[in-house]
Design a protein around this ligand. Structure first.
Ligand SMILES: NC(=O)c1ccc[n+]([C@@H]2O[C@H](COP(=O)([O-])OP(=O)(O)OC[C@H]3O[C@@H](n4cnc5c(N)ncnc54)[C@H](OP(=O)(O)O)[C@@H]3O)[C@@H](O)[C@H]2O)c1
Length: 271
């Protein structure tokens, strides 16, 4: 990763485990200084200790992205440094259900983290990168951005926002010297997925996903992680005809049927 263009500091939002931790380790190996954000302090501290032991300067921020003052909290750790790369990784969904029956707090959290969070952090850090004339932004996305999936209405809608937002932003920021990438992820073996009981032995390793994101930061606006079947699935469900049939036949399978389906003929695009 080009330290001159995207350094000297990288901000990894959702940077304590899974894909976020893989990004952090790879960037540290390339000489970046890091600011890592997540809620649980202990995994953040453990990763920071591991990276500091190898000589990397690391700052950690324990904050909840669904809180309205989260950007202010993160800014306290970044206002005096140059963030050349912002990776907004957090945003998985852990609650499914009929939209009209789910508690308002669930919807608020999904929209605050993925829609408002990606927009607010991008405005702040993107403006500073544009002023300097270089930098990079990776926004965490999902194959589910191509299909409104029953029981995941807010999540799939929020990921669609992220993908379309990234496309427009890519067009605006490219002439300003800033690369924007929506990293479109399929089923990945993260601790968050394992905690939900998903069959992560069948999923893409987080290191593969992070590597593809970094290697393709200049190949935006959208990069679909090259797990076999991902691109084909995106193409198939992105067709504009027969949306009714598409929604009904290609919706993300409920979790209790996921293992069975994943061991069958097709790879899943779980959150
Ligand atoms: N795993 C998959 O199969 C899959 C598939 C498609 C797309 N994706 C996308 O890939 C990204 C990463 O997913 P993931 O499975 O690793 O789970 P995730 O929970 O979105 O991300 C994990 C990281 O984000 C932090 N985080 C989560 N919620 C947070 C919050 N409210 N405030 C601050 N930090 C928060 C976690 O630490 P704390 O828990 O300590 O906060 C951890 O560091 C997401 O955008 C997801 O939509 C994942």
């Amino acid at each position: 990763m080009d330290l001159q263009k995207y350094g000297p500091w990288a901000l990894v939002i959702g940077g304590s485990e899974g894909v976020g931790a893989a990004f952090a380790r790879m960037l540290a190996a390339d000489g970046f200084k890091l600011v890592l954000v997540a809620r649980k302090p202990e995994p953040l501290r453990e990763l920071a200790d591991e990276l500091r032991a190898k000589g990397t300067e690391v700052r950690i921020v324990s904050a909840d992205l669904s809180e309205s003052d989260v950007l202010d909290q993160v800014r306290k750790a970044t206002d005096d440094v140059e963030i050349g790369l912002m990776i907004y990784n957090a945003g998985a969904n852990n609650t499914r259900g009929l939209f009209v029956e789910l508690p308002e707090a669930v919807t608020h959290s999904v929209l605050a983290i993925t829609v408002l969070g990606q927009a607010n952090f991008t405005r702040h850090y993107g403006a500073r990168m544009a002023k300097r004339g270089h930098g990079g932004i990776i926004l965490g996305g999902s194959l589910s951005s191509y299909l409104g999936s029953p029981t995941l209405a807010a999540y799939t809608g929020a990921k669609a926002f992220s993908r379309i937002f990234s496309e427009a932003l890519w067009g605006e920021m490219k002439p300003l010297g800033v690369d924007v990438l929506h990293l479109n992820i399929g089923f990945t073996a993260t601790p968050a997925m394992a905690r939900l009981g998903m069959p992560v032995d069948l999923a893409e390793p987080p290191e593969t996903v992070a590597r593809e994101g970094l290697d393709n930061i200049a190949n935006g606006p959208v990069w679909i992680v090259s797990t076999p079947g991902n691109v084909e699935r995106a193409r198939m469900i992105n067709g504009i005809d027969n949306r009714a049939e598409t929604v009904l036949t290609h919706a993300i399978v409920p979790r209790d049927q996921t293992a069975q389906a994943a061991r069958g003929q097709h790879k899943l695009a779980e959150q």
